[in-house]
Write a protein that binds this ligand. Sequence first.
Ligand SMILES: Nc1ncnc2c1ncn2[C@@H]1O[C@H](COP(=O)(O)OP(=O)(O)OP(=O)(O)O)[C@@H](O)[C@H]1O
Ligand SMILES: Cc1ncsc1CCO
Ligand SMILES: [Mg+2]
Length: 218
Amino acid sequence: MNTVVQKFTADGITVVGGIPSMTSSPEEIADFAARADVLTVNLGTLDAERRRVILRAVEVVNAAGKPWILDPVHCDYSPSRLAFAQELIALGPTIVRGNAAEMALIGSTGPGLRIQTGEVDRIGSGGEGVRVANGHRWMAEVTGTGCLTGGVIAAFMAVEPDALVAAASALAVTGVAAELAAPLSRGPGSFGVAFLDALSAIGERELLTHARIHYDQD
Ligand SMILES: Nc1ncnc2c1ncn2[C@@H]1O[C@H](COP(=O)(O)OP(=O)(O)OP(=O)(O)O)[C@@H](O)[C@H]1O
Ligand SMILES: Cc1ncsc1CCO
Ligand SMILES: [Mg+2]
C-alpha cells in the first residue's frame, strides 16, 4: 500500500467488514500474505524495498492460489514503474484496476480482469463486460478514492470467488455510497467523511434502488 492514503483505504475496507493490514516490512510480509484471504498491490509510493516486498507477497499468494489485485498508481508518469507493473501482470493478478490514463498504458492485462474506473467504471475488455455508472464527481476530488475502491474490491474478492461479480458489486456499493453522501456534504472534505459513513450504513434497499450496473455482450 502507498503511504499517502493508508488510513482512508483501511477505513474503507473496515467499514465493509474486512480486516486491513498495510504491512510492508520484509521480515513480516510472508506471514501476513500467508494469513490474508486476498492481497492488494498498490504501487503509489514505490521504492526499492517495496518492490522486493511486493514480489515476495505475490510469490506467497500465488503459491497458495489466493486472489490478488494490482493498482498501478501513476504508472503513466514513470517508465520504470510501468515496467514493474508489466512484470507484475506477468505474474497473474486476478484483477488490475486503474484510472483511464494508467489503463491506457497498461494495455492488456492477460487473463487478469481489467477494470478502468472513472465517471463510468468499465470491467472487462473486448465485447463482453460490465459497466457501473454509479459514483459522484467529488470522488475525483478526494485523493485515494481509487485506492479505497481497490481495497473494497479486494474485501469483496475475499468472500466472492467470481472476480467480476466481486468487482461489479464493490464498485456499485462504493458508487451508491458516494451518491448518498454527496447531498449531505459541503464539498470534497466533508464528502470524504460522509462517504465512509454511507459506506458503513449502506444496505440492500439502497443498492436495489440506486445501483446502475449494465452487462454488455457482443
Ligand atoms: N466523475 C466521476 N463521477 C463519478 N464517479 C467517479 C468520477 N471520477 C471517479 N469516480 C469514482 O471514483 C473512484 C476512483 O476512480 P478514479 O478513476 O478517479 O481513481 P484513481 O484516479 O485511481 O484515484 P486515486 O489515485 O486518487 O486513488 C471510482 O470508484 C470511480 O467510480
Ligand atoms: C497522491 C498519491 N501519491 C502516491 S499514491 C497517492 C494516492 C492517490 O493515488
Ligand atoms: Mg489511483
